[in-house]
Each structure stands twice: as structure tokens, then as C-alpha cells.
Design a protein around this ligand. Structure first.
Ligand SMILES: [Mn+2]
Length: 330
């Protein structure tokens, strides 16, 4: 059995300001090449590690322009939702998103915790599981997100997760999980992760693999991204497991497509947002992610003066308006 793994495509209709090319056109060419690689290797499934889209409410016209390449994929596409695919980093909102819509049409099949999928090809059975992004990933017990506690009744277990698994500590308080802490007898045979755009390639220990080929899209202009070439992983599952990293031939060198002029702010913003969300969660158990409602309830809980609450709501509305115009973090 063969599987192709790709992650963090960040499909969008506009060009990030730090890119010199036409980003949507570049991305279409990349996705077409990914499908060609999938066809050439005759893969049985395509696995996506999340952040399929750059935002949950991408315009229908943009989704439409990418839909054909996904629809015509040479194998079924299984995916986990990334933080960019859902509203407010809440995986429970996926039903209201563009990714949720593609799932409803069967163009992409979303993996949910506790709902393993069995793939049975050529005498090999694979148990495929997935963990979408959520607030507590890389903050709570890593086993919950990276070692699904399921009965293993397959030859090979493959687990897909949109979490910050890294090969080295990250600075700045960004939550992460070191890949070296994830090995062991309870680990899935293959752990495939997205979210960490730099990636760490394919690591092997005692017959098990942890793989992140890096994001297909280079959406920020950190130096490491300028030097990095986008690639996918092709897994061959048989008597043993083999993983091959295949760079995209259509991808141009980072210096040609990334403009270092703008200072990278995405990681900083992400970290601040994570911290804010965590503070909000600690204050109360919110069933909604409508920011205005959260603000209102927080204000009620902590008896904030009306003037402060109104000013917060005004600033929130202004920020949402800016977001709607496309001025959002990459
Ligand atoms: Mn991403």
C-alpha cells in the first residue's frame, strides 16, 4: 500500500504581502504536481496534515477555483483540520467552514478523534486516525493527541495530527512537543504531523516513523522558509515501512518568491492569540466562539464597567472589519 502525505497548503485567493509571485497560481501548480506524484506512485490515499485552507471562510470563488484539482485527485483525500481551517482555533466549528463543506461533498474526508478509518489494499490493512488542532494540543498530555488509545486491529497504524511536533525547542513560549518524546511501544507505526511549517523530514526509530515534510506553502518570510524547498512524503507500507521525501520540481527557490522586506510577525501574533484564548478558557467554559459574546460574558463575570466593555466591542468590530478586508495574519 502506498500513501502520499502533504500538509499546510494554506489555499487562499490572494498573495501574502511577503511573496513576490502570484501565490494562488503558484499553489495551483504545486497541487497539480502533488496529484501527478500521487498518480505516478499509484498511491492508495492522499493524507493532508491540516491547514488545507488559509482561513475557514474563504470566498466560494476561490474554493471553486481549487476544487477541480482536489476533485480530480487520483486517490481519496483524508485530512485533519488545522488551526487555519476552523474559526477561533475551535475544531467544533469545522461544520461551518469551507473544509467542512468539502467534507460533506466527499471531496476531502475529515478524520475525527476516536473514529478510525480502515484502509485495506493488497493484503495490508492500515488503521488511519486523525487529531485536528485544538487549543490544548501541545499543552496537555501528548499521548492524548499523538498516540490514539485505540485497539490495534490492523497491520499498520497511521496517525495524522495538526500539532507543533518539532525536532528542537521553540523560543517565545509557543507550545510544542519534541518528537523524541513521542517514540515508544505505544506510538503509532507512523505519525504524520503538520502545523510546524519548517518540518523535520522523515525520522525513524525501531521500525516506527515520525514525518513532517514541511508546509507545501511558504507563507512567511523567515530565513528558514527562504532556504526551505517544499516537498511531500510517499509512504510504502508492506513487509516494512519506507518513507521517501519528494521535493516539488515546480517550486522556485525561496529568494525568488519570498520578500524579506517585511518583518515576520505571524509567529508572534499566533502566540499572543493562543495565550489570549487560554486566558479566556481559564475564565469560563465557553460553548461559543463568537468573540463579541465571549467579551460580553467575560465582562459580566468580572464586572467590567460598561464603558470598557463598549470600547472593547468597538475595537473588536473594527478589527473584524479589517480582517474581512483580508488584512489577516498569514
Ligand atoms: Mn499552517
Amino acid at each position: 500500500m502506498k500513501l502520499l502525505f502533504v500538509t499546510d497548503t494554506h489555499i487562499r485567493g490572494t498573495t501574502p504581502r511577503n511573496r513576490r509571485d502570484n501565490f494562488p497560481e503558484t499553489l495551483k501548480a504545486k497541487l497539480a504536481e502533488v496529484m501527478e506524484i500521487a498518480a505516478a506512485h499509484r498511491v492508495d490515499a492522499i493524507l493532508h496534515g491540516g491547514d488545507v485552507f488559509d482561513r475557514p471562510d474563504l470566498a466560494p470563488a476561490v474554493v471553486r477555483s481549487f476544487a477541480a484539482v482536489l476533485r480530480d485527485a487520483p486517490a481519496p483525500i483524508y485530512a485533519v483540520a488545522g488551526n487555519h481551517d476552523v474559526y477561533g482555533h475551535n475544531p467544533e466549528t469545522v461544520g461551518r467552514t469551507m473544509l467542512g463543506l468539502l467534507d460533506a461533498f466527499g471531496t476531502v474526508r475529515l478524520l475525527h478523534p476516536g473514529e478510525p478509518v480502515r484502509l485495506d489494499v493488497g493484503g495490508i490493512t492500515v488503521q488511519l486516525t486523525g487529531q485536528p488542532f485544538h487549543y490544548d494540543i501541545d499543552r496537555r498530555d501528548a499521548a492524548l493527541d499523538y498516540r490514539p488509545p485505540l485497539p490495534r486491529n490492523a497491520d499498520v497504524t497511521v496517525h495524522l495530527a495538526h500539532g507543533m511536533v518539532t525536532d528542537k525547542p521553540l523560543p517565545g513560549g509557543v507550545p510544542y512537543t519534541l518528537l523524541d518524546t513521542l517514540w515508544g511501544p505505544d506510538a503509532p507505526d507512523v505519525l504524520l504531523t503538520g502545523h510546524y511549517h519548517a518540518g523535520f523530514g522523515a525520522r525513524k526509530r525501531e521500525g516506527k516513523w515520525i514525518v513532517n515534510p514541511g508546509a507545501l506553502s511558504r507563507v512567511n518570510n523567515q530565513l528558514a522558509e527562504v532556504r526551505r524547498m517544499p516537498q511531500v512524503a510517499v509512504l510504502t507500507l508492506g513487509a516494512g515501512i519506507d518513507v521517501e521525501l519528494i521535493p516539488l520540481s515546480c517550486a522556485r527557490p525561496g529568494e525568488e518568491v519570498l520578500d524579506r522586506h517585511y518583518v515576520e510577525q505571524a509567529a508572534y501574533r499566533e502566540e499572543k492569540l493562543n495565550r489570549f484564548v487560554q486566558q479566556v478558557r481559564e475564565a469560563a467554559d465557553f460553548q461559543t466562539l463568537e468573540l463579541a459574546q465571549i467579551l460580553d460574558r467575560l465582562a459580566g463575570l468580572t464586572q467590567v464597567p460598561d464603558a470598557v466593555r463598549e470600547e472593547a466591542l468597538r475595537r473588536l468590530a473594527a478589527a473584524q472589519e479589517r480582517l474581512a478586508k483580508g488584512e489577516h495574519a498569514p
